[in-house]
Design a protein around this ligand. Sequence first.
Ligand code: ADP
Length: 173
Amino acid sequence: MTQVIKGDITTLKVDAIVNAANQVMLGGGGVDGAIHRAAGRELFEACLKVPEVRPGVRCPTGEARITPGFKLPAKYVIHTVGPVYRDGTKGEAEKLANCYRNSLALACENGCHTVAFPCISTGVYGYPIEEASEIAVKETKAFLDAHPEMEVIFCCFSEKDKAVYEKILNGKE
Ligand code: ADP
């Protein structure tokens, strides 16, 4: 099952919220900053403990890592790194699809039933919301077909983004 809401993802009492992190995984702006502020210092400490795969990279683009949610109502934070949007020909779509696939797989492995996503890459990383949401919905639907017990919430930060998701989910023009 999927749901679209407008809201602040840090307030959701779900099994896991997904963070649009960066490769270093030590906090940043946008939703990443909001999640770190709400979860508290312990989240930063837990992220520090995630091993680097190469200097400065704890989570390569398209992959996902999991930590507890600490002060958040959510049990876990799944950190994933979306692609920076250049012009759409640099593998952006596949990388963004990997974020959804890998985050959902990690949620499932950790026994999560309810998972909330922000609109990954559509802020500072510049991915057009219309294209990003198509990918988010397509990948999520494919995953849920195989895992019907899970529930995904698309947590949009604006009415505009929410309307874009609703249009896709309802198949309306
Ligand atoms: P990225 O670097 O992946 O583009 P951003 O954090 O800049 O990540 O933006 C991703 C999306 O998260 C944007 O749609 C932004 O409006 C949204 N966002 C920012 N803060 C929150 C929040 N507290 N809850 C949900 N979404 C948020």
